[in-house]
Design a protein around this ligand. Structure first.
Ligand code: SAM
Length: 207
C-alpha cells in the first residue's frame, strides 16, 4: 500500500509523551528574527535575553551576537547553560524571552514567558501551532501575539541535530508578543528569504 506522504501527515512531530523534544534550531532562523526586531526599532545591543529551553545552544549562540547578554537554561543537562525547569518559579527575568519550546508544552511556555519577560517574547513554532480550538481558547483569544513572522523558506529541524542538507515538509513561523504593542491586533509579516545571507561557517560544526 502506498504510504501517505501528505503535508498534513509529514507535519506531525510524533514524540513520546515524556520526550524532551530536542529539535535544535538552525542558527540562521534565529538571526532572521533578530534582524526583524532590529529593523522594527528594538535596540537589542542594550537588552538582555533569556533562552529558557536552550538545548545545546543552537539558539542562544546567535542571540548572543545581537543581545547585550543572554541567559541560557534547560531542564536537561546538555552541557550548555544552567539547569532549570522553565515552568517552575524562577528568581530572574530578562527583557526578552526567546526560544523554540518543546512542542507539547508550547502553550505553557508562551504564557509563562509572556508573564515573565519585561519587553517581549518570541517563540518559533510550526505554523500549524496557530490552529486548534483548544489553543485559541487557552492562549490566542486573550493573549494574541502582536506579530506573526512567517518563514518563506523552510526551516529544516531534526531530532538531536542540525543538518545543512536536510529538507522538511513542515512550515515554521515566529510568534512575537511585543509588550504594549497589540492594541491593533495581530500583524502578519513574511520573512523574506534570508538563509543564504545569514548562515555562517561553523553553524553546523559539532557542538
Ligand atoms: C525544540 S528543543 C529546542 C532547543 C533549543 N531551544 C534550540 O532552539 O536549539 C526543546 C528543548 O526544550 C527543553 N525542555 C523541555 N521541557 C523543558 C522545561 N520544562 N523547561 C526547560 N526546558 C525544557 C528540551 O530539553 C529541549 O532542549
Amino acid at each position: 500500500m502506498a504510504q501517505n506522504r501528505s503535508h498534513a501527515v509529514m507535519s506531525q512531530r510524533i514524540e513520546p509523551h515524556d520526550s524532551l523534544d530536542f529539535f535544535p534550531t538552525p542558527l540562521w532562523a534565529t538571526r532572521s528574527l533578530c534582524e526583524w526586531l532590529l529593523a522594527n526599532g528594538h535596540a537589542l545591543a542594550l537588552l538582555s535575553c533569556w533562552e529558557p529551553a536552550c538545548g545545546q545552544g543552537h539558539m542562544a549562540r546567535p542571540l548572543a551576537e545581537y543581545f547585550k547578554s543572554v541567559h541560557a537554561s534547560d531542564v536537561h543537562n546538555y552541557g550548555f547553560g544552567s539547569i532549570e525547569d522553565f515552568l517552575f518559579p524562577a528568581p530572574h527575568t530578562a527583557d526578552w524571552i526567546i526560544t523554540n519550546p518543546p512542542f507539547r508544552l508550547g502553550e505553557q511556555f508562551a504564557t509563562t514567558a509572556i508573564d515573565r519577560a519585561r519587553s517581549g517574547v518570541a517563540l518559533i513554532v510550526r505554523t500549524a501551532f496557530l490552529e486548534s480550538v483548544g489553543r485559541y481558547q487557552s492562549l490566542f483569544a486573550d493573549t494574541p501575539p502582536s506579530d506573526i513572522l512567517q518563514f518563506t523558506e523552510r526551516v529544516p529541524m531534526f531530532k538531536g541535530r542540525v543538518d545543512p542538507a536536510g529538507a522538511t515538509a513542515t512550515a515554521y513561523c515566529w510568534l512575537v508578543w511585543r509588550k504594549g504593542a497589540a492594541p491593533h491586533g495581530t500583524r502578519f509579516h513574511w520573512l523574506p528569504p534570508s538563509r543564504k545571507r545569514l548562515e555562517r561557517s561553523g553553524d553546523y560544526d559539532p557542538v
